[in-house]
Structures are given as structure tokens and as C-alpha cells.
Design a protein around this ligand. Sequence first.
Ligand code: KIV
Length: 268
Amino acid sequence: MSRLTAPDLLRRKTAGQTVDRIVMVTAYDAQMARLVDVAGVDMVLVGDSLGMVVQGGQDTLSVTVGEMAYHGRCVAAGLERAHLTVDMPFMSYQVGVAQAMRTAGTLVRKGKAQSVKLEGGVRSAPAIRAIVDAGIPVVGHVGLTPQSVNAFGGFRVQGRDQENADRILADARAVAEAGAFAIVLEMVPAALAAQITRELGIPTIGIGAGAACDGQVLVCTDMLGMDQRFSPKFLLRYANLEATITGAVGRYVADVKSGAFPTAAHSY
Ligand code: KIV
């Protein structure tokens, strides 16, 4: 089976209309990548959320290009159909266009990325343009951009007042004009996301951005309910793997302690 490409995904929005909604989910290893690919997602994102999900940090700021490339390679090994996007981590593209191009190249060569994602609109547009011109498809990301968490003062909905909404709209336009083939809208009011979706020719992929987007993205461990302590308003949990896993491992612990496992059937 062949992998979905950036042009395939761009065609999901034709003449400004959603033809077929894009389903994106994060993954960080080959096992999860295989499972979400079999389940039919269109895009797998190796998000820099791995700084929180995999590394247990409070934010995404410590993640390195080498770590993104490593997890990209792991995820690529599990995919047959889905498109692989790998995040450009904090300070791997903000220094300048040349740095951004080098990082994108590393994520393609070493991380097996089919496209890269970077945060920011107007300020990131020159980097997006240069990476696209180098032949690497780009996904933009505006609204709540977690790499700016310290400037925002927390992981908060963005664009609630008119001035901020106008800024996010200008950012989204700049991303599209710079040549990105899709854009993530994170934690913005549904009406603003709907306006951006109507205006842009490229697909919008929402997370906490309402139903009008051309696609949706969730973090795999969130949607699978692996940490019940995390329950933002935008999240729908499709499973309770925290209960499934702690229950299963708890039974294993009990069986080993009691001597119920292994039995003769599990022995050579
Ligand atoms: O890092 C990430 O997982 C992301 C998604 C939440 C869009 O950027």
C-alpha cells in the first residue's frame, strides 16, 4: 500500500470545500504507529508533545532535533498508508531561515518525515517559504502554539478578543501564502476557526478549534484515555486504557505473587 502524500491531502479541500475530512493523530513509536495506521488515520504526527507524553516534562521546550528524528524513524517503521509529519522543535527554526532549512532536511533524512510542522504565522513565513522551495512540504500551526507557552502564560485558548483573533487570522493567511499545504489550528474559538477555514485554500486541522475545520488532530494517549488526570474540554476519550492497562498489569502482579502464572502450559 502506498503512503498518502502532501498533494493527496491538499486535494482533500478543493475549491475551498472539504472533500474528505483529514484525520490526524500523534504517535511516538512503531507499535502505536502501526495501530493507528491500521485504524485508518490519514496523517500521523510525531509531535513535540513527546516532551510531555514520552519524556514526562511540563512543556515541549526541551525536545531536540535528534529526539524528533529518532521518534520519526520509529514511527515511519510502523506506517503503511498514513502520511508522516514530524514537528520542528523549539529553537530549531526560530534563529533563521538557514537553520530552519537544515532542521527540516534532518527530519526528512534522519526522521523519515514526509512533511514537517512548525509553529507561528507571520514570523515563520520566511522559513516556511524556504523549506517549501527546497521541496519539503510544510504544515503550519497557529493559535495556541505550545512552544510559546511562557509568553502566553500557560496553555490557554487564544483569539478570544478581536485583536488576538485578527492576529491569528493574519498568521493563518501568512502560513498559506508561504506555501504550507495544511495548517493546525490549536485552541481557538470555533467561530474564528470556521472563518479561517472558509478563507484559506489549504485544509485546516483543528484541535480544540470546533467542528468547521477540514480535519481534526488529537494526541494518541489523550484520546485513548491513558492518563485520566488530563481532561481538557476539547478532548473526547475513545477508550480508558489507563484502566485497561493498570487492570491487566495488576492481574499479572497478582498471578506472579500467587504462583498462578506461569502454568505448565506456559513452560518448556
Ligand atoms: O505536538 C503536538 O502533539 C501537536 C499537536 C497537538 C497538534 O502539535
